[in-house]
Design a protein around this ligand. Structure first.
Ligand code: SAH
Length: 216
């Protein structure tokens, strides 16, 4: 068995999430269940359970576990929810979401990343995730609206067209701020009269860029 499978590593991983304030039991259990070592580059398997972001193909990153757990907790997922994720990357966040809701549509602008994530998710049996090669700034109208939207790439602002894809009482979480600096996680809740906006914590994400990537 690979090193990262051994109990002390995983116990430390869980402990660090709890220590940093993650308390939702379903989220903690899911973080324990999803094998992060399958989503990192083979050379990084030994550090898969360290609480840091890691590089993946196409110059992108797999997010830091704490941030994945925190955003998932803040979404307040229910088993019945349809979720949209923008920025599939490795597919790790999608796998975490998939265990806590009914369906995940995840959109990625790099074909290589979309294909690899799809293969991993299939192998793990996450059959309620659809990986779409596309542009999160231009979500197909046919995809409908969502109970929860999670953006995992930095945006200068939340596009109104995206917020409009929330169902009533829907929740959107996105890192908002300078594309190459520190962003703030914003939580938008759709109310009867508009949107309620709350600032959560500071984060650093790779930028959301428009259009499908021309390079693979
Ligand atoms: N959630 C991922 C990490 C995302 S990194 C994980 O768990 O591994 C951000 C990803 O967003 C990158 O893969 C990047 O290519 C993608 N991205 C950036 N702009 C995008 C856009 N407009 N539409 C779809 N994906 C985008």
């Amino acid at each position: 068995m690979p090193d990262s499978q051994n109990p002390p590593e995983k116990m430390k991983f869980q402990l660090s999430l709890r220590r940093r304030g993650i308390s939702d039991q379903a989220v903690l259990r899911t973080m324990e269940d999803v094998p992060r070592e399958l989503f990192v580059e083979p050379a990084d398997r030994g550090v898969a359970y360290c609480d840091t972001a890691l590089g993946i193909a196409c110059g992108q990153t797999i997010s830091q576990p704490f941030v994945v757990a925190y955003m998932t907790e803040q979404l307040g997922l229910q088993k019945s929810h349809r979720v949209l994720e923008i920025g599939t990357g490795s597919g790790y966040q999608s796998a975490v979401l998939s265990r806590l809701c009914a369906h995940v549509l995840t959109i990625e602008r790099y074909r290589t990343l979309a294909d690899r994530a799809r293969a991993r998710l299939e192998k793990l049996g996450c059959d309620n995730v659809e990986v779409l090669l596309g542009d999160g700034f231009d979500v197909p109208a046919g995809a409908g609206n969502f109970d929860r939207i999670l953006v995992t790439a930095a945006m200068e602002q939340i596009p109104d067209a995206l917020a409009q894809r929330l169902e009533p009482e829907g929740v959107l979480i996105a890192p908002v701020g300078p594309l190459h600096g520190v962003q703030t996680l914003i939580r938008l809740v759709r109310t009867e009269t508009g949107f309620e906006r709350k600032e959560l914590v500071d984060v650093r994400f790779v930028p959301a860029l428009p259009g499908i990537a021309r390079e693979l």
